[in-house]
Design a protein around this ligand. Structure first.
Ligand code: ADP
Ligand code: ZN
Ligand code: ZN
Length: 752
């Protein structure tokens, strides 16, 4: 059997799909795989040029007689591209999609960098006068001006973007300080670093015993040439960032480079400045606001050795460092590490794959590790490092759980429990701030009883059923809706009464942030409330405006969804109220309990970060659920134990693997027909141990006029699912001609 290699000659994003096919000579067979650099005869004159193998195949793409042989394997040059192409091949194999999609993910788009004007704030007032001015601002309660001036006294040169985006200072405040000749805005066209910094005398923190131990474990392995994957499980505020920085310093001193992934929302001003303070201009920070050109510019600087540390979201993983020694993934449990476009890779597994290619170490950090990672840590795949104390010895917040069923019984029908109302009142009196978090995650119309908290679940899948409203025909009374399981397609009519207690207060949960804001304003008329949700953050900088107003203490209460609980650091917040903690518990997917535990723990972590201790109120219909009990105690192990036994029983990841097969088409019949055929084929192959669930309508059955069907596959071995994917993808090639698309998502983060 002859084998062929697809080779790219010009490795730029735009030309990635221009591959040329060559035959692999027998003697080179063992040496040719994706990423290998080769010399090939090219064009009419057969001049010898270099290219990279991106794919090996047994299918000839054109007339076999005209396919030329690969000349030789290049061994004298190690190009970083080789590593990235090999990584793309890993992604293509393990997550599906085409090789071209994978290559486009790892090779950055080459864009001419339009030299964007770079603005820097410089302190121009004399330090002593500025310090006096600061006192004046503080006395006058000019909170925003005071905050900015305080930072300028610490770092006399600050990037405009960092100040507006991370410190949440509005342009109006900057202008006001400029008019008073306190600062000046400098424009530079020589665009080097996205963040101007001044290596102020940032004093180094002395690590505590737990931090030392964690650093030492990894350092010992590194110095002995061993590299592995570590899970750093440290409670909120245990000082993980300090550990990361110490390890980065270690790697740098060995002449190697480091990548740190961090969810953008968690990359706070404090964190950015800590890295700049310690590593200066060797650090580059990537964010989603960078233009493609700026992003490319940063990658180029990494390739040219001008920087050694890249901090950024998921895509920073592909920074072309030639001697990468360490990859850190902070908040490793975050859903944003999973790509939502093809290939649907997970940054954690992909980071581990990249680290293997270049003998680097991987450190995963979290206060609430993903169940997958903790499972691997316990089974010895990763090494577990633990930090159980807050670094500066602050106590963890005190957590109260309020049973909403009891509230209703005692006559309180407000969404604010009596306990929460009392605590809010106390905070308002003390001029401290309050966060009210409406947990709306996974609100895909589950149905619950307001009297007893009962939620109607699928008898086969242990996920909540979703309410589908029946179409109303003109002149006829509305029909009760139908309850549907999105995993297996099971359905039944929505009951008029609670099957547990007979109450008629059974319905889909509706209260949104706007409704809560009205309730809060009515109950606390003198309090200043702000609301942060998709509506209020829509405009340009809407997000920053609200955060900066809250940071400047222009409001007492901030009401919002997920976006208010992650990463933000408001030292004056001493109370966090979690309204309807259960909502995320009944999302119709198997990660619901995990996500609930994480959200509650994170939300609780927002309270009491300053000098005053914090309190948390968790309102729930389900106080005895293990994710809520564990969140109250901040007890990760207790949560994990319950969760893993449930997953093992039901064969959900990590106890088994799962693949979601999404089939979509503009024609409802075609989608249903294709889903039927794929499912028929899956049943015929009789793979031992394979469980096939569905086909069923996707949670959102129609998106952009495409009808969507889903099939879930479960198997204990990932490889078996990969092999099935390869077969189905061949089937998909012919399906594409009929306008049907079939895409895979392995161990999906969100149900579909
Ligand atoms: P985590 O990332 O684990 O939530 P951080 O690294 O952000 O925690 O640290 C929380 C706070 O504790 C920071 O303000 C940090 O400066 C401080 N901190 C970290 N290590 C120490 C230490 N050894 N001694 C005192 N304070 C520390
Ligand atoms: Zn009931
Ligand atoms: Zn089901």
């Amino acid at each position: 059997m002859a084998f062929y290699a697809n080779v790219i000659i010009d490795i730029s994003h735009e030309k990635l799909d221009r591959t040329f096919q060559y035959r692999i000579p027998e003697k080179l067979c063992a040496q040719i795989y994706p990423g290998v650099q080769v010399e090939v005869p090219f064009g009419n004159g057969n001049r010898r040029i270099r290219g990279f193998v991106v794919e090996v195949t047994d299918r000839a793409e054109f007339d076999v007689g005209r396919i030329k042989d690969i000349g030789s394997v290049v061994t004298d040059a190690v190009a970083i591209e080789a590593q990235l192409i090999a990584l793309a091949a890993f992604m293509r194999t393990n997550y599906g999609g085409t090789m071209n999609q994978a290559l486009k993910t790892v090779i950055p788009v080459k864009h001419k960098t339009k030299q964007r004007e770079k603005r820097t704030l410089k302190l121009v007032m004399e330090r002593e006068a500025a310090a006096r001015q600061l006192d004046v601002f503080v006395q006058k309660h000019n909170t925003a001006r005071a905050r900015l001036l305080k930072e300028l006294l610490l770092y006399p040169s600050l990037s405009y973007e960092v100040v507006t985006q991370k410190l949440n200072i509005s342009p109006a405040v900057i202008r006001a300080l400029e008019e008073r000749q306190i600062l000046k805005v400098e424009k530079e066209t020589d665009y080097r670093n996205p963040i101007a910094y001044a290596k102020a005398g940032v004093s180094r923190i002395r690590m505590n015993g737990e931090q030392e131990k964690a650093v030492e474990a990894v350092r010992f392995d590194m110095q002995n040439g061993n590299c592995g994957t570590y899970l750093l499980h440290g409670v909120t505020g245990s000082g993980k960032t300090e550990v990361y920085m110490e390890l980065i310093a270690e790697v740098l001193s060995a002449g190697r480079q480091a990548i740190m992934l961090i969810p953008e929302i968690a990359l706070t001003y404090q964190t950015v400045m800590r890295f700049y303070g310690r590593f200066g201009s060797r650090v580059s920070v990537m964010n989603s606001r960078l233009s493609a050109g700026e992003r490319y510019d940063q990658f180029l600087r990494a390739k040219n050795g001008e920087i050694d540390i890249m901090i950024g979201p998921r895509s920073a993983l592909f920074t072309p460092f030639s001697n990468l020694g360490l990859i850190i993934i902070d908040e490793e449990h975050e859903g944003s590490y999973k790509s939502e476009t093809l290939p649907k890779y997970h940054a954690r597994e992909t980071a581990i794959a990249r680290a293997k290619l270049c003998s680097a170490s991987v450190v995963l950090g979290s206060a609430t590790p993903s169940v997958e990672s903790y499972y691997k840590a316990l089974s010895g795949d990763y090494r577990l490092l633990e930090m159980k104390m807050r670094a500066a010895r602050q106590p963890l917040p005190v957590c109260h759980v309020v049973d909403l069923r009891e509230e209703l019984k005692s006559g309180n029908r407000s969404v604010l429990s009596v306990k929460l109302q009392n605590l809010i009142e106390m905070r308002l009196a003390k001029k401290q701030q309050v966060l009210l978090f409406l947990n709306r995650r996974g609100m895909s119309g589950f149905v619950s009883c307001r009297a007893c908290g009962h939620v109607i679940k699928c008898p086969h899948c242990d996920v909540s059923l979703s309410l589908h409203k029946a179409a109303k025909r003109a002149g006829e009374p509305a029909l009760p809706g139908k309850l549907v399981c999105h995993y297996c397609g099971y359905s039944k009519a929505a009951p008029p009464k609670c099957p547990e207690c007979g109450s008629v207060y059974i319905s889909g949960f509706k209260a949104g942030t706007q409704r809560i804001e009205e309730i809060v304003k009515k109950r606390f008329p003198s309090a200043r409330a702000l609301r942060m949700d998709l509506d209020t953050t829509r405009g340009k900088d809407g997000y920053e405006k609200i955060l900066s107003a809250f940071a400047n203490q222009e409001a007492d209460i901030l009401i919002g969804t997920q976006m208010i609980v992650k990463g933000h650091d408001f030292p004056n917040v001493t109370l966090v109220g979690i309204l309807a903690a259960d909502l995320s518990l009944y999302a119709s997917d198997y990660r619901a309990a995990e996500r609930t535990f994480q959200l509650l723990t994170q939300a609780a972590g927002r309270a009491g970060r300053g000098c005053e201790p914090g309190e948390v109120v968790i309102q729930t219909y389900n106080p005895s659920h293990y994710s809520i009990r564990a969140a109250k105690m901040q007890d990760y192990e207790a949560f994990y134990k319950e969760e893993i036994s449930m997953r093992t029983l039901l064969k959900y990841p990590p106890a088994a693997h799962m693949a979601l097969l999404a089939i979509s088409s503009a024609s409802q019949d075609a989608a249903a027909d294709a889903a039927g055929r794929v499912s028929g084929w899956l049943h015929r192959i009789r793979a031992p141990g394979l469980r096939i669930i569905g086909p069923a309508d996707a949670t959102v059955a129609k998106v952009n006029d495409l009808y969507r069907k889903v099939i879930y596959l479960k198997h204990e071995a990932y490889d078996v699912l990969v092999a099935i994917k390869d077969k189905v993808e061949q089937f998909a090639v012919s399906a594409e001609k009929q306008q049907i698309s079939i895409a895979f998502d392995f161990n999906p983060m969100n149900g579909m």
